[in-house]
Design a binder for this molecule. Structure first.
Ligand SMILES: [Zn+2]
Length: 179
């Protein structure tokens, strides 16, 4: 049974604060609560003394309980994220391993050497538009990565490119298909 908002409030009030409801009931108010309560009584939802809910009243409240909002599903990984995941796991990780580059390449103060390693790009994520840019990376620890990200963009790019060029054993990546 569909109840109005005020009827729902009234039923809830009867259930939780009988005295308040009874007050309205005995006052015989014709507006607001009293009236709502009376109409609910007429429909068998409230007991004769207005003190408690009948089974029909409980049922009506249950029926009018708002459906919980369905939880939002986690957003699906975007195109860029999926592409990066693919490159990272299928190309970069094996290539860096083959070249023996398995420790932080920056070694700045606070470096964690071979802990919390990840790939640091020459460009900021939003500026990456080509597969080549996605592959222009260093392996580095989280501390160095954070410090690198604090540098101006152009400087970050220069640092990454310089270190890539100076690698004793180059990290050989699969040749990209030409368009
Ligand atoms: Zn480091």
């Amino acid at each position: 049974m569909k109840l109005t908002q005020s009827q729902v409030r009234m039923l809830q009030s009867v259930r939780s604060q009988g005295q308040q409801a009874v007050f309205a009931w005995h006052e015989g108010r014709t507006t607001c609560r009293g009236r709502t309560l009376y109409s609910l009584h007429k429909r068998g939802m409230v007991s004769d003394d207005g003190l408690c809910l009948t089974d029909a009243g409980e049922q009506a409240l249950n029926d009018n309980r708002k459906e919980p909002k369905p939880r939002k599903a986690l957003p699906k990984a975007g195109k860029k994220v999926r592409a990066w995941d693919e490159i990272r796991t299928k190309e970069l990780k094996p290539a860096f391993k083959r070249a023996g580059v398995v420790e932080c390449e920056l070694r700045w103060p606070g470096c964690m050497k071979d802990n919390y390693l990840g790939f640091a790009h020459s460009k900021r994520r939003r500026d990456i538009t080509t597969p080549e840019q996605m592959r222009e990376v260093l392996i580095c620890c989280q501390n160095c990565h954070d410090a690198l990200d604090l540098r101006p963009h152009a400087e970050t790019e220069a640092i990454v490119q310089t270190i890539i060029a100076a690698r004793r054993v180059p990290v050989v990546l699969p040749v990209l298909p030409t368009k």
